[in-house]
Design a protein around this ligand. Structure first.
Ligand SMILES: C[S@@+](CC[C@H](N)C(=O)[O-])C[C@H]1O[C@@H](n2cnc3c(N)ncnc32)[C@H](O)[C@@H]1O
Length: 281
């Protein structure tokens, strides 16, 4: 079959089944096809009169069926780009989101290139945040924590594939398995913060629920992190927390109550207060 005909028919099908715009659906089927042919979208558009081989069409159909079931493209391809690097992702880890790049950018603003700071990433998942920071600041020593051994295995693989060595991985339930006496100059976290039974979860059912929800208010994990953070931080150290679109005020309050100063929130590209920062008093 001709590429153009396949793309047109399947864009319409995907848009209908997943209730997305035809523009987004066309972009996605182009991505699936481009991945199989190992070309970019520009090539695909310029060569849409070509005929797909039987084996390529069969593989494309497999990918398309998975996407029609709602599986995210990142899981189908097994990878996701984040902060300029490609991360391996499996269903054991959350797919890193573009919004989370704000957390990395803000963290780097607080890590001078010539300083040997210690950085902690709580809930590292694929390792996207920890590895991006470690890669951009080779003098830092980063510790990446997750409760899920499977997630830690993915993060370790990513660090190895990307050649990032200034990072250690620890399986830990937040602070519990971190050795006593560990102190960090900067702590970052994108913890679970979605309210249990939130409607948005229906669209996220391929991703690990343990990476997404945090009790009936969505604040359980943020509270656990904030309550003990200062104990693990050096004087003047910074904490940066990603949270939900409507949680900035409450996270600011939690940090202030816990004794942090210079508490403020920063907006993501969509204008949403997405990351809240504080400094040990
Ligand atoms: C929202 S995901 C963030 C993943 C990654 N940092 C990112 O930004 O793409 C939250 C992560 O926290 C981890 N997590 C959940 N509960 C935890 C706990 N009690 N202790 C440590 N990690 C936990 C999950 O396994 C998951 O990898």
């Amino acid at each position: 079959m001709q590429i153009l005909g396949i793309l047109q028919a399947d864009s319409a099908k995907l848009a209908l089944v997943l209730d997305m715009s035809i523009v987004d659906a066309r972009f996605e089927v182009q991505l699936l096809m481009a991945q199989i042919l190992q070309v970019n979208r520009a090539w695909l558009i310029a060569h849409d009169d070509e005929i797909l081989s039987v084996s390529d069409f069969a593989l494309y159909q497999q990918y398309l069926q998975r996407r029609l079931q709602g599986e995210p493209i990142a899981y189908i391809f097994g990878e996701k780009e984040f902060y300029g690097m490609t991360f391996k992702v499996t269903p054991d880890v959350l797919i890193p989101r573009p919004d989370t790049e704000l957390l990395v950018e803000l963290a780097l603003l607080n890590i001078p290139e010539d300083k040997r700071l210690r950085v902690l990433d709580l809930g590292t998942g694929s390792g996207a945040i920890a590895i991006s920071i470690a890669n951009a600041r080779p003098l830092t020593q980063v510790v990446a924590v997750d409760k899920s051994p499977a997630a830690i295995a993915v993060a370790q693989t990513n660090a190895a594939l990307l050649g990032v060595i200034n990072i250690d991985f620890v399986v830990s339930d937040w602070w519990q398995q971190l050795p006593e006496g560990n102190k960090f100059d900067l702590i970052v976290s994108n913890p679970p913060y979605i309210v249990e039974n939130d409607d948005h979860l229906k669209k996220l059912h391929f991703e690990p629920i343990s990476a997404l929800t945090a009790g009936v208010t969505g604040l359980d994990d943020l509270r656990l992190i904030i309550d003990s953070a200062a104990h693990f931080m050096t004087a003047g150290g910074h904490i940066l927390l990603e949270h939900g679109y409507d949680q900035a005020d409450v996270v600011q309050g939690l940090l202030t109550t816990a004794g942090f100063k210079n508490v403020k929130s920063e907006r993501d590209l969509g204008g949403v207060e997405r990351v809240t920062l504080g400094q040990v008093g």
